[in-house]
Design a binder for this molecule. Sequence first.
Ligand SMILES: *[C@@H]1O[C@H](CO)[C@@H](O)[C@H](O)[C@H]1NC(C)=O
Ligand SMILES: *[C@@H]1O[C@H](CO)[C@@H](O)[C@H](O)[C@H]1NC(C)=O
Ligand SMILES: *[C@@H]1O[C@H](CO)[C@@H](O)[C@H](O)[C@H]1NC(C)=O
Ligand SMILES: *[C@@H]1O[C@H](CO)[C@@H](O)[C@H](O)[C@H]1NC(C)=O
Ligand SMILES: *[C@@H]1O[C@H](CO)[C@@H](O)[C@H](O)[C@H]1NC(C)=O
Ligand SMILES: *[C@@H]1O[C@H](CO)[C@@H](O)[C@H](O)[C@H]1NC(C)=O
Ligand SMILES: *[C@@H]1O[C@H](CO)[C@@H](O)[C@H](O)[C@H]1NC(C)=O
Ligand SMILES: *[C@@H]1O[C@H](CO)[C@@H](O)[C@H](O)[C@H]1NC(C)=O
Length: 837
Amino acid sequence: MGTNSGTSVRVLLLLFYCFWFEFCVYAIDTFTSTHFIKDSETIVSNGSLFKLGFFSPSNSTKRYVGIWYGKISVSSVVWVANRDKPLNDASGIVKISEDGNLQILNGEKEVIWSSNVSNAVSNTTAQLLDSGNLVLKDDSSGRIIWESFQHPSHALLANMKLSTNINTGEKLVLTSWKEASDPSIGSFSFGVDPSNIAQTFIWNGSHPYYCSGPWNGQIFIGVANMNSYVSNGFRMDHDEEGTVSVSFTTSDDFFSFSLYYAVTPEGTMEEIYRQKEDWEVTWESKQTECDVYGKCGVFGICNPKNSPICSCLRGYEPKSVEEWNRGNWTSGCVRKTPLQCERTNGSSEVGKIDGFFRVTTVKVPDFVEWVPALKNQCRDMCLKNCSCIAYSYNNGIGCMSWSRDLIDMQKFSSSGADLYIRVADTELDEKGNVKVIVSVIVIIGTITIICIYFSCRCWMTKQRARVRRERIMEVSLFERVNVHPNFSDANMLGNNVNQVKLEEQLLINFEKLVTATNNFHEANKLGQGGFGSVYRGKLPGGQEIAVKRLSRASAQGLEEFVNEVMVISNVQHRNLVRLLGCCTEGDEKMLVYEYLPNKSLDAFLFDPVKRDSLTWRKCFSIIEGIARGLLYLHRESRLRIIHRDLKASNILLDEDMNPKISDFGMARIFQAKQDKANTVRISGTYGYMSPEYAMEGIFSEKSDVFSFGVLLLEIISGIKSAGFCHDEHSLSLLGYAWKLWNGDSMEAFIDGSMSEECYQEEILRCIHVGLLCVQELAKDRPSISIVVSMLCSEIAHLPSPKPPAYSERQITIDTESSRRQNLCSVNQVTVTNVQAR
Ligand SMILES: *[C@@H]1O[C@H](CO)[C@@H](O)[C@H](O)[C@H]1NC(C)=O
Ligand SMILES: *[C@@H]1O[C@H](CO)[C@@H](O)[C@H](O)[C@H]1NC(C)=O
Ligand SMILES: *[C@@H]1O[C@H](CO)[C@@H](O)[C@H](O)[C@H]1NC(C)=O
Ligand SMILES: *[C@@H]1O[C@H](CO)[C@@H](O)[C@H](O)[C@H]1NC(C)=O
Ligand SMILES: *[C@@H]1O[C@H](CO)[C@@H](O)[C@H](O)[C@H]1NC(C)=O
Ligand SMILES: *[C@@H]1O[C@H](CO)[C@@H](O)[C@H](O)[C@H]1NC(C)=O
Ligand SMILES: *[C@@H]1O[C@H](CO)[C@@H](O)[C@H](O)[C@H]1NC(C)=O
Ligand SMILES: *[C@@H]1O[C@H](CO)[C@@H](O)[C@H](O)[C@H]1NC(C)=O
């Protein structure tokens, strides 16, 4: 200890006081090579949320080193160090060894556990953070060389990531205890399986024991009623290196230290929530026997409400009836009639084409594959491919198909997906004949009644005849889109816009909207956009809505309308505005959104009064929210959507100032492997368009990143990019930022309302990220997932930015030269520029 003995004595004294008085204002959360922890001592994280020390599980006398919740009298261990090597008495210590590793020594001074960092540095510090993470830092560089979050035990805490690398197969998993009284490594583990569509699994050894079903961007669709805990913020992140990780975050700090997930020794995942002074299991993965993976074998479906719980799918029969009747379902079911594909394989016989039957509200089987197809193409895609034996569609994921034996299906009473299973034509007929006749009668009856009803209405009011056009809206949309001469973007699924089938349930009656908005009264007008006006309204149920009414004259608006409905009804994220419905009647085209009371971001940014209410913390959370929304569009939703018109006026703010990206009129859906596309129609907003898009019409994720960078710089500076005339020596906002960045006078760039000293560093970091996003060449710009990591400081060292676009020369996108002189007065409306090629 040498020269440091004075300090350590003081530290020990402090520790002693802590124990003596139980309540200690300055808890010690850190220790270095000069001190150690004895069995009777603990270290406490700064906010005393977590403690680290020695403990014995109930019914055991063995001693382990672990981390547990510190504020609650009923302790709950979330991490154990020496799981397989317990101490037999209270003589153990925790210390930092000479090579900088964290070690546990027993009474004989033998190392029984070590952090095992091979190239550790000599001077390190261990700190227990309020997140429950124990980190070992290099004193000289501050670099984290080891952390307990990277070596998880049985519990998943907020912000902790369990990841699997697709390329290397490297996996970070939770592992269960052997028994409640024995923390040594048990047979169950929990982690992510990233193959195709990411799912989480509990494995028993190497065999799957529980499967959550695919992640749809918000929930795992194989978990019954998962909607209720979307609020706990589960996330699935994909990064550039092929790592897929699952984690959960909570916006509420209280939640983050009173909720965690753990795998039990019995192989169940539990959600554990703190209720007052006790812990309560609020959810568990194994609710019934049906939650055991593959309970009913292949092609068997489990329904906990039936007895027996297993049955074969329609068109299938037990492989071994005798075993099945004994309640041994493991060998599953087999197809009764071969499919047409199988029958005609190799022979010239052409049978009747196969069909599908639907099973509603099910947990979809394992081995799902993702197919780049729209909702209405999903069925055909499956029918055409002989190896496809089932398909399903989910708005967050898109089209899913299965080509391997279907296993691990469960019937839910609500939630879940609709699964379409391929069967031979005869299987459909067999039981269907009577049903078909009945259905035909019912359909004809219904149609007759509907006809009479409509005739009556027509007769009563001629004007109301228009209502019928709602029914044939699809048809009229086709015609009008098809004749539109400029719509010729090739190679894109976006091109299939004319095939879109608007879902019936999205349609809202015109008269309802007239009432809701008081006949589109001026007083309810929220604003005027590029394609029409937006009105505020209230539905009979009291729900507030915003109605975007497209101007009748605009033929262009129609395309955007169809596009927007298609894109937005397929995505759901808390940072994207929600579409409640749409309405077409005659010339009227309307989109109905949730109403967001704080209007759009530009109303705050560029208004000198409102601007003052934006603190840096708020700005940062807005920046982060936009980045997350964009990340969802680009990566996490299965569709891969490029927004193409990101700008301050398209960011709406809810009552808590959470940002929501809106206006998907320009958005394009990309195929999974496509990374850029070309368009002859350039639509976007001056000041936000990346150079390759503005000049050559090439757009990609990176053009959205560019717009995001501009937006970020606008938020920080409070200066509009379009019509920049702030600094006479710079031609654009980007040029201005670049000039100040190189002149080391970035403070001048930051808007006065948030130049709080303590956040200076964070603000500069954001500007740095912004400059990286607006670099001239698309390949230099980071992807949005990297941007999110940079913003959250997960990436410590940012590369130096290269000069941004438009910093040195004038914007040359205009075909009309007159716009040049008018640069300072360009409105922030979306422009569409058709280039002759
Ligand atoms: C502990 O937390 C307080 C407030 O949260 C902070 O001011 C202080 O710097 C922290 N102390 C350490 C050692 O991190
Ligand atoms: C501890 O032992 C008692 C008595 O054998 C038993 O009832 C209890 O369940 C055990 N607790 C644990 C956590 O194993
Ligand atoms: C550390 O390394 C040693 C030898 O390579 C190994 O026996 C031990 O299990 C490792 N400990 C941990 C905690 O990984
Ligand atoms: C480690 O810290 C001690 C005491 O603070 C110091 O004397 C020594 O030089 C440091 N060693 C290194 C490699 O930094
Ligand atoms: C887990 O696997 C082991 C070994 O294969 C087996 O003995 C045990 O019964 C399995 N546990 C469960 C709950 O299925
Ligand atoms: C169930 O059937 C399988 C396959 O025939 C067999 O291997 C297994 O032992 C049977 N299980 C039971 C509990 O009888
Ligand atoms: C078609 O026949 C070939 C060989 O005759 C066989 O390998 C293949 O699996 C068959 N395909 C199907 C779908 O049955
Ligand atoms: C049919 O489906 C299989 C499995 O999903 C896939 O590998 C194959 O490429 C598909 N074939 C065609 C022609 O799409």
